[in-house]
Write a protein that binds this ligand. Structure first.
Ligand SMILES: [Fe+2]
Length: 334
């Protein structure tokens, strides 16, 4: 029997090389093939884009000075097509001036190398960018797995199904309404999905228990905040939302959990979640009560604005977002 060498055949890493000089392409193809890469070559941007759409390419090496569409524009196009996925691009140029490098960075290039190139230096740059790409993909996978888990956990219970997605959207909309930066909106979206992820560690019978809970059971449910933080902590991409997960049940007056933080000591993402989470719970059906209408829920929040549960200033903005017409009338009358 032939000895086994591996279970899954390793695919070669693919590099797209674009240069308008045929002899340069042949030279680079020979160099990179020798290094073990699968090489796709293109004499112009149109062919390059065609190859990029047809084959899984891991990295592109682009000549800058090309007729019709130069390397800067092609770089921008490839980055646009890649979307959120990290796709490394090296610009290969005879230009060494500062202005061209700035233009290259603006086009989204990840590195530069000057012509005539040193194959050892170029290979090192390629390998380092490919390592970065692998790391990015692994992070993406881990993040996606945990987001999927959050949705799967919720779908076990018909009363909470869709809650996190709604809280996520409402919280992100609120951040946009507050004119906070786009990055904050994205983090808030993630925090909304994952705020109750810690419940995955609690038994289904406890989460779905009808009727009132014992003191011990209430304490057990409260642990979902710290459990959620613990679950997400190993992921670097989750680091900014950990305070939101841990503190979304704190109260402005300091009587919440898990740490009894009060006022401004409660991270703002957690203060936002406290409002959106409560609002969504009010407008959803629960085993012990029917759904409340949006207007009744907003009235409840308004009447309890200074109850000590929430940041009253944020509640004011939330009501303004949810009641645009009512507030507009107030301003007109003032
Ligand atoms: Fe919660």
């Amino acid at each position: 029997m032939r000895p086994l060498t591996c279970l899954i055949e390793k695919e070669k890493t693919s590099i797209l090389v674009v240069d308008d000089v045929q002899s340069n392409l042949e030279l680079m193809e020979a160099v990179f093939t020798k290094e073990g890469f699968k090489v796709h070559t293109a004499l112009n941007s149109l062919v390059a884009l065609d190859i990029f759409r047809k084959y899984p390419i891991d990295l592109a090496l682009l000549d800058v000075m090309m007729p019709v569409t130069d390397g800067f524009k092609l770089c921008r196009n490839l980055k646009e097509i890649s979307g959120k996925r990290f796709f490394p691009i090296i610009l290969l140029t005879a230009l060494t001036d500062r202005q061209s490098k700035i233009k290259g960075i603006e086009s989204g290039a990840d590195d530069f190398i000057s012509k005539p190139f040193d194959p050892t230096e170029l290979n090192l740059k390629i390998k380092s960018l490919l390592n970065l790409k692998t790391l990015n993909e692994e992070l993406d996978h881990s993040e996606n797995i945990i987001l999927t888990l959050a949705v799967a956990m919720e779908s076990r219970d018909p009363y909470t199904k869709g809650h996190s997605a709604r809280v996520s959207k409402l919280s992100a909309d609120f951040v946009a309404f507050l004119s906070l930066p786009e990055d904050d909106r994205k983090e808030m979206k993630k925090a909304g999905i994952l705020h109750d992820i810690g419940k995955i560690c609690l038994s289904e019978s406890l989460l779905r228990k009808p009727g009132s809970l014992t003191k011990e059971e209430v304490e057990m449910i409260k642990t979902h905040t710290v459990l959620g933080e613990k679950l997400c902590k190993p992921l670097f991409s989750m680091r900014k939302i950990l305070p939101a997960i841990r503190h979304h049940h704190e109260r402005w007056d300091g009587t919440g959990f898990p740490d009894g933080l009060a006022g401004q000591d409660i991270p703002i993402m957690a203060r936002i979640l406290a409002i959106t989470d409560s609002f969504d719970a009010m407008v959803s059906v629960r085993p012990y009560r029917d759904r409340r209408s949006v207007s009744v829920s907003l009235e409840t929040i308004e009447s309890e604005q200074y109850s000590g549960q929430w940041d009253s200033e944020l509640v004011g903005y939330f009501l303004e977002m949810m009641h645009p017409l009512t507030k507009k009338d107030h301003r007109v009358n003032a």
